[in-house]
Design a protein around this ligand. Structure first.
Ligand SMILES: [Ca+2]
Ligand SMILES: [Ca+2]
Ligand SMILES: [Ca+2]
Length: 315
């Protein structure tokens, strides 16, 4: 029995010890549970805060995504702008370079223009002086011009008169041309605007004159040296110079006043040496002229002498 008691005592002791241990464990577990409750409560609060944070961060992220997208577009535009600005800058650099060269040339030009301007200033000064002189000259030239205008006016009138005369003279010339084309009758010799005929017989100056008048002519009137030369040189008329021939010149009306038969003034003469002499000392009257056979010069003879004669009429 004792042994049994002993065993029970032992068992009670162990159970008591175990119960104490369990009490201690319970106490510690209760503390532990309180601590866990407190932890759970704070974790729940923390989770709620984190949920709120997550929500706001998500919103923020979405805004950032939107921003990123718009910034990406903006960046692309800026890239394009940069590219075009770079090209523009390169062009500007080129322009700057050429402008710099141009500016240097302009500087050089400016320098030479400045020198030129100084020269021009000097020239201007001398030109001003010259201009003043020219003004004075102009004034006198204006006066001169006015005089010349007056002269011009009178010259114009004169020219008009000359024009009118020219027209008349042209008409005259045309008449003369048509005259010069005229021909002479058969047997007559033409020279200039006249026809000439040597008589085939001899007679007095007066009868010779009548003979010519019967032929519509007159005794020859020598108007010029040409006509004189024609008479003595012409081949066909060479016979003329081999003969003494009456010409239409006489001083019958008034002694020593020689007149051509047609009233032509006596301007050209070809008298032989010492002629006319009215017969000299022979006490005769010599009033009619003839061409001398041997030299073609003129001499006066008595009108009744018998010579051949030369008739002349207009062609
Ligand atoms: Ca004549
Ligand atoms: Ca005489
Ligand atoms: Ca004589």
């Amino acid at each position: 029995m004792t042994e049994l008691l002993q065993d029970s005592e032992k068992e009670v002791s162990s159970l008591t010890e175990e119960k104490n241990q369990l009490k201690t464990s319970l106490s510690s577990l209760t503390r532990q549970k309180d601590q866990l409750d407190a932890s759970l409560s704070s974790l729940t609060a923390e989770r709620n805060q984190l949920k709120t944070s997550l929500s706001s961060l998500t919103a923020e992220r979405d805004q950032l995504k939107t921003s990123l997208s718009s910034l990406t577009r903006e960046k692309d535009q800026l890239d394009a702008s940069l590219s075009s600005l770079t090209a523009e800058r390169n062009q500007l650099k080129t322009s700057l370079s050429s402008l710099t060269a141009e500016r240097d040339q302009l500087k050089t030009s400016l320098s030479s223009l400045t020198r030129e301007k100084d020269q021009l200033d000097a020239s201007l000064s001398s030109l001003t002086a010259e201009r003043n002189q020219l003004k004075t000259s102009l004034s006198s030239l204006t006066a001169e011009r006015n005089q010349l205008k007056t002269s011009l006016s009178s010259l114009t009138r004169e020219k008009n008169q000359l024009d009118a005369r020219l027209i008349e003279m042209t008409k005259d010339r045309d008449k003369l041309e048509s005259l010069s084309k005229r021909t002479c009758p058969a047997g007559w010799i033409k020279f200039s605007w006249s026809c000439y005929l040597l008589s085939n017989r001899s007679d007095s100056w007066t009868n010779g004159k009548s003979d010519c008048q019967n032929k519509g002519a007159d005794l020859m009137v020598i108007n010029s040296e040409d006509e004189q030369k024609f008479v003595i040189n012409s081949t066909i008329a060479s016979g003329f110079s081999n003969l003494d021939t009456w010409i239409g010149l006489s001083d019958t009306e008034e002694e020593k006043t020689w007149k051509w038969i047609d009233g032509t003034p006596l301007s050209y003469t070809q008298w032989n040496v010492s002629q006319p002499d009215n017969g000299g000392n022979q006490n005769i009257e010599e009033d009619c002229a003839h061409i001398k056979a041997y030299n073609g010069k003129w001499n006066d003879l008595p009108c009744g002498n018998s010579l051949q004669w030369i008739c002349e009429k207009k062609a």
